[in-house]
Design a protein around this ligand. Structure first.
Ligand SMILES: *[C@@H]1O[C@H](CO)[C@@H](O)[C@H](O)[C@H]1NC(C)=O
Ligand SMILES: *[C@@H]1O[C@H](CO)[C@@H](O)[C@H](O)[C@H]1NC(C)=O
Ligand SMILES: *[C@@H]1O[C@H](CO)[C@@H](O)[C@H](O)[C@H]1NC(C)=O
Length: 520
């Protein structure tokens, strides 16, 4: 009975004089409450790396300096194909600000920095001569990081293919890409591998073929009717699969080289990083449920299935048929197991609708997958949503379907689109909230057996965004794009992240410090 419980509980009340007892009980309760809900970084596994990231084309600037030659993204942006005709010629100008940026990372308390090496800066002609200025720049950046105790996590290829290789033989569409890529990767291992212990061969090979070769909205702008517009060449039915195939073989080739010649001596780890959209059915019909599962196979399985099982997913073999390149027995052997970890860039849940079409029609990746292609609608909130539980589902999927590989979350973050992109704005509590809710899910997934080993916020700084130019800003730190000095400033989210990395609770009240350019 209620009264009996009340009477019973009254017995527990201490006599009024025993204030010490009250204090002890209070402290115990406080400790229990804290343990139950307040996460700190020590709740993450030993050695778990927290960092932030950028990529070379997006952050470096100095596009035509010190011997760097154009990439396909320079060509694209210079043709005015980017939002508002923006280019990354200067961007955040990290090429000239790397020391300051490493200091920001150090002050923030980052364990690691994820960046990429610009192929056209290091090997401007795509193969052959190394550019001494490029070599010097990356040595300087890596040394500065090491000096500050920050691990370099280095992506070898992040979309910025040397234009010369595009012109010479069609870039990734040609299998000659594999040889040139492998030679370039070796330049990286040989020159930086004594200090770089985390290598990513290729960034997002599961989306580059779509933007570049299916709808053609991104360089090198290849597509065919009716899947894209304004392309001067291409075949959306076949080229995306060929390009993905060459990226997969190039990855496997670089890993095989690293393992044979460098890994034992240098002691690093190597993997590749996939875009990790998570597909959910748009309605509760069985058709949409099946479509969402297929789309996860086409998106994640396209690379994970060969990496773990040695061939493309059966559903892709079945639906794409002879347009899906075959993997020979010796290639399969090289591909299978060619990773020490998988990087995941996670932003969205995509709501998928089944679309099996009527009768025969021209086919592309989305027709093959039997889903309605939402790409053209942009990232509208109805179909592309940021929902933290989706990261948990994705990690669970990797655990159950692909043998629970070590995973590093290489990108996760939230952007805003101010009316004036150059507006200086410190208040980004939406971003701190966003990151906190994802870290909470990540922690739950780890407790539930996921093999996650690291988490990188996208992005360290405001940079040129591949999809949005400067109309979306993702930076923990802002960059004043109105001045040639490209002054950095510390946003509230950077202060929040720093507090967490220094041992504070995950869910801290966001502080509102005095506005100033001074770091921390
Ligand atoms: C295609 O080109 C036309 C004419 O230049 C332009 O108006 C249109 O916006 C372009 N479409 C896309 C999707 O780029
Ligand atoms: C083309 O595909 C890319 C990658 O999925 C996507 O970001 C973009 O919105 C798509 N564009 C069009 C016009 O469909
Ligand atoms: C925990 O893992 C199991 C098995 O992988 C899965 O069925 C379950 O949904 C997971 N729970 C959470 C909360 O992620």
């Amino acid at each position: 009975m209620a009264t009996g419980e009340l009477a019973g509980s009254r017995v527990l009340l201490p006599p009024p004089s025993s204030s010490l007892f009250v204090v002890v009980v209070f402290l115990l309760l406080a400790a229990v409450a804290r343990d139950a809900c307040a996460l700190t970084r020590s709740d993450f596994p030993e050695g778990f790396a927290f960092g932030a990231g950028t990529s070379a084309f997006q952050v470096e600037g100095a596009a035509a300096e010190d011997g760097r030659k154009p990439s396909i993204w320079d060509t694209f942006t210079h043709q005015g194909d980017s939002p508002e005709g923006s280019t990354a010629d200067v961007s955040a100008d990290q090429y000239h600000h790397y020391k300051e940026d490493v200091k920001l990372m150090y002050d923030m308390g980052l364990d690691a920095y994820r960046f990429s090496i610009s192929w056209p800066r290091l090997v401007p002609d795509g193969r052959g001569e190394i550019n001494p200025k490029g070599l010097e720049y990356y040595n300087n950046l890596i040394n500065e990081l090491i000096l500050h105790g920050i691990q370099p996590h280095v992506t070898i290829y992040h979309f910025d293919l040397p234009q010369v290789l595009q012109d010479e033989y069609g870039g990734i569409l040609s299998s000659r890409f594999i040889e040139d890529y492998t030679a370039y990767a070796e330049v990286c291992f040989k020159n930086f591998g004594d200090r770089v212990k985390h290598w990513v061969t290729v960034n997002e090979p599961n989306i580059e073929p779509i933007g570049g070769y299916d709808n053609g909205s991104q360089p090198p702008r290849r597509c065919s009717y009716p899947f894209g517009t304004n392309c001067t060449g291409g075949d959306s039915s076949t080229e995306p699969y060929i390009v993905a195939h060459h990226l997969l073989l190039a990855h496997a080739s670089a890993v095989s080289l690293y393992r044979q010649k460098y890994q034992a001596i240098q002691g690093g780890q190597i993997g590749l990083t996939l875009l990790g959209w998570w597909h959910e059915p748009r309605t509760d019909t069985p058709e949409d449920a099946a479509a969402a599962m297929r789309m996860n196979e086409f998106h994640i399985g396209w690379f994970m299935h060969p990496l773990v099982y040695g061939d493309y997913p059966p559903v892709m073999r079945h639906r794409v048929g002879s347009r899906l390149p075959s993997i020979t027995a010796s290639q399969s052997e090289k591909i299978r197991g060619s990773f020490d970890f998988i990087g995941i860039n996670h932003y969205f849940v995509v709501r998928v609708q089944c679309d099996e079409g009527n009768g025969p029609k021209l086919r592309d990746y989305y027709v093959d997958a039997g889903v309605q292609n939402l790409g053209g609608e942009g990232f509208d909130k109805e179909h592309f949503q940021s929902l933290p539980w989706a990261l948990g589902k994705l990690l669970d999927h990797l655990k159950l379907k692909y043998g629970n590989p070590p995973v590093i979350i290489h990108e996760n973050g939230d952007g805003d689109s101010p009316e004036t992109p150059s507006k200086i704005d410190y208040d980004d509590d939406f971003r701190s909230e966003f990151l906190q809710s994802y870290l909470q899910v990540l922690h739950m997934s780890i407790r539930n057996g996921s093999n996650a080993r690291g988490y990188f916020v996208w992005s360290l700084l405001d940079v040129y965004e591949f999809l949005y130019g400067y109309n979306a800003r993702f930076g923990l730190c802002g960059v004043d794009l109105t001045t040639a000095a490209r002054t950095r400033y510390v946003r509230n989210s950077a202060r929040w992240y720093s507090g967490f990395l220094r041992g504070g609770e995950l869910r801290q009240p966001v502080t509102h410090p005095e506005k100033s350019y001074v770091a921390f």
